[in-house]
Design a protein around this ligand. Structure first.
Ligand code: ZN
Length: 146
């Protein structure tokens, strides 16, 4: 095994975003249901609705911002509860372009991203901190099979 390779082992992940996309009234309805279900279960920041393209995104969506500590419970739940919606999950590491284009993964379809609108780097001070605006009342009984 080489002593040093090119892996980003020391990369710091500040937070994650899950962008929930919708195309029409039917999908918007499902996005609404998913939003309610997320808010009832997880301490996250539910972003406002964007009923049009905004920033690098090429479809209507809302954003769910969450702390890295939530990844292991929230992401598996999202995998199994996305109601057929397309979701972009990306980390925030101070490299917006790479975070969306290279470090991201998609649930469902892979949509176009306006790469040119994303700066290559940004400072931690300029990143919006996650401000939790949900008050979960339901427990998630998620477990990995032994
Ligand atoms: Zn984002």
């Amino acid at each position: 095994m080489p002593a040093q390779d090119a892996a980003l082992d020391t990369l710091t992940i500040w937070s994650y975003h899950a962008h929930v996309y919708f195309r029409d009234a039917v999908e918007r309805g499902r996005a609404e249901l998913l939003r309610e279900r997320i808010g009832a279960r997880f301490s996250v920041q539910l972003g406002r609705w964007h009923d049009r393209e905004v920033g690098p995104h090429t479809q209507s969506m809302y954003q769910v911002a969450f702390a890295p500590e939530l990844f292991a419970s929230f992401v598996p739940w999202l995998m199994q509860n996305r109601l057929g919606l397309t979701i972009l999950l990306h980390p925030n590491t101070g490299q917006p372009r790479a975070d969306h284009m290279t470090h991201a993964f998609w649930f469902g379809a892979v949509l176009a991203i306006k790469e040119d609108s994303l700066p290559e780097t940004m400072r931690f001070e300029d990143e919006d901190p996650v401000v939790v605006n949900t008050t979960p009342t339901l427990a998630v009984a998620f477990s990995h099979h032994p």
